[in-house]
Structures are given as structure tokens and as C-alpha cells.
Design a protein around this ligand. Structure first.
Ligand code: GAR
Length: 224
């Protein structure tokens, strides 16, 4: 190994479903666009396609069954303590929520403050929570998009790292808008991780300063 090889940021990806964002991260790492390594893919769903993707790339796949925690008084926190244990065992430096359909508690949020990201399919702070694309259409928005943000206690509320906007056309359905947004998700999530890996993100209150960003060349995105 060359001594010039950058430190590979140790990532864990938490995912509940199809894992296309996980795949985008894996692909970007394999293409050497992101100086990171996925040390664990963790899911609350045994059959998550994300876990299959992990196995296909010989990555550690971990299913943490939520059932045994469900009856406990602090079940959600206990579940997150089990996840935290996994993260610590694998020396995880940055946690990525990628279609992780479980609200994380303060157990994880505090342990990974400033070191946990989420991707959401809207231009936050519009349309947090579920069905963001459907809500954007119903609202009559002309632009939609996606956001990568740091995770804080409030759902989809943390400081925004990067966003991509896409047009919303008359006659769009939640499905085709989701597909249009997803294409951009696959670009911005790896990019956010690389910015972090390069130490270019600095959180100042609600604002994330990105050193060396060249957004000045973007005049406007107008739709229609
Ligand atoms: C993505 O569109 C992601 O933005 C969304 O779930 C999808 C997961 O797709 N996340 C949320 O809605 C979280 N609030 P993927 O499993 O193919 O990456």
C-alpha cells in the first residue's frame, strides 16, 4: 500500500429497503471517488435488499431484530444501544442513514453528533417525514429535490450539507418524481461523504460551511 493512500473513512450504512443509495456509495468507493470503506451495513429488516447488496460486495451485513425490544419501556433506546454497540465494535467514524425507516433516538444522535448523515427526498425544510415526493406534487411545487443533512433529534431537521433540485412537471406521479429525485440522490450522497472525508464540512449552528465550494456559478434553477 502506498504511503500516499488517504485514510479510508470507516462508514456504516443503516438501511431498511432496496438500498440504491447504499449501492451508489459502494460504487463511488469502488470508482475511487470517495475515500471511505463500508465496514458495516445494518438493517432493521431481515429481508432488506440493502443487506443482499452488502453480501454481494463481501461487506459485513448485520440484521438487528427490533422484535425483542418492542415490549420494553425504553425499547427504542434499547434498540439503538444495540446498534451503537455494533457501530463501536466496528470503529465506525461516519454513519449514513439511507432509506432507514426508523426514527433514531438520542442514544445514536448524541453518540454520533456531527458524524451521522441522512438523505431525504425533498428540498428540506419542505416536506419532512413520509411521502415527501407525493406531498410536493400535491402542493403544486415546480421544483422538488433531495437533501443530505446531519442528523439531529428532530426528524429531517439537522443542518443541511447538500441539496439537488429537479423540476416537477404537470402530470408527474409520485413514482416518476421519485425516480427523477433518486438519480440526484445517488450523486449527492457520495459527494457529501467525500466532502466529509476531506474535512471540508464545518457546522456553524444551522449552517454547514463547505470549504472550497463553487456555488457562485449557479445563477438560478427556474421551473417552468
Ligand atoms: C430514498 O429516496 C431516500 O431519500 C428515502 O428513502 C429512499 C430509500 O431508497 N428516505 C426517506 O424518505 C427518509 N425519510 P434506497 O433504499 O433505494 O436508498
Amino acid at each position: 500500500m502506498s504511503s500516499k493512500r488517504p485514510h479510508l473513512l470507516r462508514l456504516a450504512v443503516l438501511a431498511s429497503g432496496r438500498g440504491s443509495n447504499l449501492q451508489a456509495i459502494i460504487d463511488a468507493i469502488e470508482a475511487k471517488q470517495v475515500d471511505a470503506t463500508v465496514v458495516a451495513v445494518i438493517s432493521n429488516k431481515k429481508d432488506a435488499v440493502a443487506l443482499e447488496r452488502a453480501r454481494k460486495h463481501s461487506l459485513k451485513d448485520i440484521f438487528v431484530d427490533p422484535k425483542p425490544f418492542a415490549g420494553q419501556p425504553d425499547g427504542r433506546e434499547a434498540y439503538d444501544r444495540a446498534i451503537l454497540d455494533m457501530l463501536q465494535q466496528h470503529d465506525v467514524e461516519l454513519v449514513l442513514l439511507a432509506g432507514y425507516m426508523k426514527i433514531v433516538t438520542t442514544v445514536l444522535v448524541n453518540a454520533y453528533a456531527g458524524r451521522m448523515m441522512n438523505i431525504h427526498p425533498s428540498l428540506l425544510p419542505s416536506f419532512p417525514g413520509l411521502d415527501a415526493q407525493k406531498k410536493a406534487i400535491e402542493w403544486g411545487c415546480k421544483l422538488g429535490g433531495c437533501t443530505v443533512h446531519f442528523v439531529t433529534e428532530g426528524v429531517d431537521e439537522g443542518p443541511i450539507i447538500i441539496q439537488a433540485a429537479v423540476p416537477i412537471f404537470d402530470g408527474d406521479t409520485p413514482e416518476n418524481l421519485s425516480a427523477r429525485i433518486l438519480e440526484q440522490e445517488h450523486k449527492i450522497y457520495p459527494r457529501a461523504v467525500q466532502l466529509y472525508a476531506e474535512g471540508r464540512l464545518r457546522v456553524e449552528g444551522r449552517r454547514v460551511r463547505v470549504t472550497g465550494a463553487t456555488t457562485e456559478s449557479i445563477a438560478a434553477i427556474i421551473s417552468p
